[in-house]
Write a protein that binds this ligand. Structure first.
Ligand SMILES: *Cc1c(COP(=O)(O)O)cnc(C)c1O
Length: 411
């Protein structure tokens, strides 16, 4: 009986209740693919339904005040959400999974740990929405953000002080696919009261497990690879730190940025094929990266699987495979050429987002990174002609042919 938080006592803390759901199944000994299919998802105790139902309800009937099955109100708990949270925790090898209405809601929840005067050190080429949240929302509460080109722990030394509370890492980064040595950064602040957060959206837990490398918190836009079908928006936090988890469950309930049960169901369904999809994304991306690198109209390819990439050695150390994302700039670094190429594609669709089964193409300078000032953008290599690919799981021959015919069209 996983979905029912059975044995729940009145006024039991949220964390104790979710712990019971997590511990009902021991997923720690399972291999990744088995966890992806099974973690958190047990036959429904009331009907035997093999899939966790969509509990589309806002409230739960109590036998007497405070006497219930662990579910009182839909903001606080929902069985479909419990299943997803258990699954996310298992995939990342963490104790606690806490899900949110979006990746940004999850990121926002982590920021709620901060107080005026606190400082955060972050990678400088990070997701545009995260940059916007830090500078557009939290700076005005007196929190200071430092954006640095971080490769490893040595890059932090001169910036860490007694006010530093969080290190915020994204690896691989968006859209230049730069890598950060997670273990090295964690080791550098190990003896300090500083928490390391890793946005693991690009890699997914199949390719990279930050908690096992020493990170305290993993955050996801599960909208992307985790869900994998471009049909819902979802965020998740995973941690093994009980104190932090208690805070996150508290914020989840207090601030209420919760995901709906239908979205939890869709993400759970996506997770079942995460390992298979990631293998194919990575295979296809490797073929495309090689083709682009050899193409005369391409200037530079950013792909961690190439030995020429600055993060190649780090990728080999901390990632199972180099991932399904890559970006490239054109020999003629012009916006016009980039637009011409994108317009000519037939299989790749022009859209924001990434990580779905279908291949997407994007122009960071005018799309995902439009909210980042030009000056910051250029510093991090987001050139005018930079094109980002989220390589899908279609037949790679069709993807290569599509890119080749589009490259032929540009001057
Ligand atoms: C999309 C994305 C986010 C934000 O997630 P949403 O689900 O869109 O709110 C955060 N980080 C990265 C790396 C992303 O790609």
């Amino acid at each position: 009986m996983l979905q029912l938080l059975s044995g729940h006592k009145p006024h039991e803390s949220l964390i104790e209740a979710q712990n019971k759901a997590n511990l009902a199944g021991d997923y720690t000994t399972m291999k990744f693919g088995t966890k992806a299919v099974h973690a958190g998802v047990e036959p429904d105790p009331s009907t035997g339904a093999i899939m966790t139902p969509i509990y589309q309800t806002s409230t739960f009937v109590q036998v007497a005040p405070g006497d219930h099955n662990g579910y009182e109100y839909g903001r606080t708990h929902n069985p479909t959400r419990t299943a997803l949270q258990t699954s996310m925790a298992a995939l990342e090898g963490g104790k606690h999974g806490i899900c949110f209405a979006s990746g940004m809601a999850a990121t926002d929840t982590i920021c709620k740990l901060l107080r005026p005067g606190d400082e955060v050190i972050s990678t400088n080429d990070l997701y545009g929405g995260t940059f916007r949240l830090f500078t557009g929302v939290y700076e005005k509460y007196g929190i200071k953000f430092h954006f640095l080109p971080i490769k490893d722990g040595a890059d932090l030394a001169s910036h860490v002080n007694e006010k530093t509370k969080l290190i915020w890492l994204e690896t691989p980064t968006n859209p230049t696919l730069s890598l950060v040595d997670i273990a090295s950064v964690c080791a550098a602040v190990k003896d300090k009261e500083i928490k390391v957060v890793v946005d693991n959206t690009f890699a997914t837990p199949y390719l990279q497990q930050p908690l096992s490398l020493g990170a305290d918190v993993v955050v996801h836009s599960a909208t992307k690879y985790i869900g994998g079908h471009s049909d819902s928006v979802m965020g998740a936090i995973v941690t093994s730190d009980d104190v932090l988890a208690e805070r996150f469950y508290y914020f989840q309930n207090a601030a209420g940025a919760i995901p709906g049960p239908q979205d939890c169901f869709l993400i759970l369904r996506g997770i079942k094929t995460l390992h298979i999809r990631m293998e194919q994304h990575c295979k296809n991306a490797a073929v495309i990266a090689d083709m682009l690198a050899a193409h005369p109209k391409v200037n530079k390819v950013n792909y961690p699987g190439h030995s020429s990439h600055t993060g190649h050695e780090i990728a080999k150390k901390q990632m199972r495979l180099p991932g399904g994302m890559l970006s490239f700039s054109l020999a003629s670094d012009s916006v016009d050429a980039a637009f011409e190429l994108m317009k000519s594609l037939k299989v790749f669709a022009l859209a924001e987002s990434l990580g779905g089964v279908e291949s997407l193409i994007g122009h960071p300078a005018t799309m995902t990174h439009a909210s980042i000032p030009l000056e910051e953008r250029k510093k991090t290599g987001v050139l005018d002609s930079l094109i980002r690919l989220s390589v899908g799981i279609e037949d790679v021959d069709d993807l290569v042919a599509d890119l080749k015919q589009a490259l032929d069209k540009i001057a």
